[in-house]
Design a protein around this ligand. Structure first.
Ligand code: HPA
Length: 270
């Protein structure tokens, strides 16, 4: 993997991706952040050597380099999911690339279902901790010890200082920001009623199909990391309606302005 990483990084350096400070993964609900960036350079994933190629139609699949709130950022417009058939190593490969380009901080967004029924759709949740239910680890491969410690520490996977700043920003801007535990599942099917009950019992406040692999690798690489979920549906096992993907996306879009404010204001402080 080291050789592949070197090749990818060299390509991006040649393209002008010059020492970004912050990496951002735009999930559902943060796509419009791209409009706030002074873009210097952008490259489609399918042009980047050794990158997995984008498949999900909602995503444009581009790596973007530019300035945001006075900082040099590298942004993943669209991410990879295991439910698309990628491996966990594929899903997290871009995090390893962003780290080699020079980032010190990784910020992640996603759409998630609310397991904690005090949280409502359209609201935001700061991820304070996670539960990995994807059945494997992005660090479970031969040679991982050449890229970082095999037994990566997970005692504080989300940066405390960043989370405190996020909460301050939310207060100042009157944004409702819950805090909770995010459980990652494989998907792409949504959960059954029994699974929602289980998720509640084991301590999840929200459930989604991403983020945890990227955060594990960020910690493997000793990056500071933080993540915010936009809650797009309420997962009430006693009153479960058939999933409406259009409704999920509409709720993600509704929360977007608040998400953008949080990210922009945070980046100013980093
Ligand atoms: N499960 C349930 N609801 C969701 C999810 C999920 O993975 N993602 C967004 N809403």
């Amino acid at each position: 993997m080291i050789k592949f990483i070197e090749e990818t990084v060299e390509y991006l350096n040649q393209k002008g991706f010059d020492k970004p400070e912050i990496g951002i993964i735009l999930g559902t609900g943060l796509g419009q952040l791209i409009n706030e960036i002074d873009i210097i350079k952008e490259v489609s994933y399918n042009h980047i050597p050794n990158f997995p190629t984008a498949t999900v139609e909602f995503h444009k699949g581009k790596l973007v380099y530019g300035n945001l709130a006075g900082k040099k950022v590298v942004v993943m417009q669209g991410r990879f999911h295991i439910y698309e058939g990628y491996t966990l190593q594929d899903v997290t490969y871009p995090v390893r690339i962003m780290e080699k380009l020079g980032i010190h901080t990784l910020l992640v967004s996603n759409a998630a279902g609310a397991i904690n029924l005090d949280f409502k759709k359209g609201e935001l949740m700061l991820i304070e901790d996670h539960i990995n239910l994807q059945g494997s680890s992005p660090l479970a491969f031969k040679g991982v010890e050449h890229l970082g410690e095999r037994f990566a520490d997970m005692s504080a996977p989300y940066d405390n200082e960043i989370n405190t700043t996020f909460k301050k920003i939310a207060k100042i801007h009157n944004i409702k920001l819950h805090e909770g535990v995010y459980a990652s599942v494989v998907g792409p099917q949504l959960e059954t009623r029994a699974e929602y009950r289980m998720l509640k019992i084991i301590g999840a406040d929200a459930v989604g199909m991403s983020t945890v692999p990227e955060i594990i690798v960020a910690n493997h690489l000793k990056l500071k990391a933080a993540a915010v979920s936009v809650l797009t549906d309420e997962c009430d096992p006693d009153n479960l309606k058939p999933v409406d993907i259009q409704d999920i996306i509409a709720n993600a879009v509704k929360a977007e302005p608040n998400m953008i404010t949080l990210f922009k204001e945070l980046i100013k402080t980093l």
